[in-house]
Write a protein that binds this ligand. Structure first.
Ligand code: SAM
Ligand code: FES
Length: 352
């Protein structure tokens, strides 16, 4: 095994289980540096030195689901619940717009309080106020008609990690009411409607093997998402998985770089979870080929309550401080922040 493996991944945009294991396990520092160098070069080819910012609004931590890994699962009685009103959401957008952000990501648990009518109203109001901004939704699984209504109301993108492509692994991470099949169906439905779609998985989730990771990569190849979000699984003390160790920085960085080689034009975030397991995690993610960072616009009074995993960072700062801090971090590794919607290279939204 040698550097040819990297050329092969680049050319064929394919990886075998043996090659993946080799890249994840190797202690050959030169090979790893070369992997990161090529991943940066690939990102540079399409996006130059530019990093896109997305303003994250965590607008509800109510969730009907009970994912075994997640701190805001409905079964966690210790979670203190909150919802943002439409005015509060718009005020997060006002703040973000002033700070130069042109994408707002509305993320929350699966919360039936936000009906289609309610979501469409919020989406329209954000778009009326900020027609030059993109809206990304991350609300979990809904019906295809709900996805369509929100798209018609003006939503541009949808993030829904597939979590794990292996059905048996999926059922070890989720209770029986949830299925990988429905999640994957939602993703293909979102694509068909015309959303820019983001998917992804946690690195180092309980029971995850390299075979699962190969299936994850194959699934992403079938889906062809515009965005791919991965981050380490991080333990939360009040979940059934409280005794499982978190995923590692090393494995997450190597997978980011492999994803970059396999999906050259994808928008790949350097996630908050990566910054949580290592103080320089997000900078290192950019150096491994990521090209998106997501400053938090949620009201500071609610930040700690969107408690997906232990020791989550960025829970005390105002949005302006968060943006400044991220800008400095991005510049410290030779990249620059761009103010713009930051659509995927070559993507054009079509609304019928
Ligand atoms: N409800 C929406 C959904 O299901 O996509 C969005 C919110 S959900 C909290 C967003 C993502 O957080 C999930 O897709 C999952 O990958 C990630 N997540 C949840 N718990 C986590 C943990 N303990 N460690 C790392 N990531 C976690
Ligand atoms: Fe629903 Fe985590 S279980 S957001």
């Amino acid at each position: 095994m040698n550097r040819d493996i990297l050329s092969k991944i680049e050319q064929e945009q394919m990886i075998s289980r043996e090659e993946l294991e080799e890249l994840l396990m190797t202690t050959d520092q030169e090979l790893i540096e070369e992997l990161y160098r090529r991943a940066r070069a690939t990102a540079g080819k399409y996006y130059g030195k530019e990093i896109y910012l997305r303003g994250l609004i965590e607008f509800t931590n109510y969730c009907k689901n009970n994912c075994y890994y997640c701190g805001i699962r409905c079964g966690n009685a210790k979670a203190v619940r909150y919802r943002l009103t439409e005015e509060e959401i718009l005020s997060c957008c006002d703040n973000g717009y002033r700070l130069g952000l042109r994408t707002f990501v509305m993320q929350g648990g699966e919360d039936a309080y936000y009906t289609d009518e309610c979501m469409c109203g919020i989406i329209k109001n954000i778009k009326d106020r900020y027609p030059d901004c993109a809206i990304t939704l991350s609300l979990g699984e809904r019906s295809e008609s709900s996805f369509k209504k929100m798209f018609d109301a003006g939503a541009d993108r949808y993030l829904l990690r597939h979590e794990t492509a292996d059905y048996a692994h999926y059922s070890r991470l989720h209770p029986s009411e949830m299925s990988a099949e429905n999640r994957q169906k939602c993703l293909f439905g979102l694509k068909k409607i015309g959303y820019q779609v983001g998917s992804g998985f946690m690195v180092g989730s309980p029971y995850q093997t390299s075979e699962h990771l190969v299936l994850d990569l194959r699934f992403l190849q079938r889906l062809k998402p515009e965005m791919i979000g991965i981050g380490p699984y991080i333990t939360h003390k009040d979940t059934p998985f409280s005794h499982y160790p978190s995923g590692t920085l090393k494995k997450t960085l190597r997978l980011i770089a492999i994803l970059r080689l396999m999906f050259p034009t994808a928008l790949i975030p350097s996630t908050t979870a990566l910054g949580t397991i290592n103080p320089r995690g997000r900078e290192l993610g950019l150096c491994a080929g990521a090209n998106v960072v997501m400053p938090n616009l949620s009201p500071v009074s609610k930040r700690k309550l969107y408690d997906l995993y232990d020791n989550k960072i960025c829970t005390g700062e105002e949005a302006a401080e968060c943006c400044e801090c991220l800008k400095r971090r991005i510049e410290s590794v030779g990249y620059k922040v761009v103010c713009g919607r930051g659509d995927a290279a070559g993507f054009k939204t079509v609304r019928m």
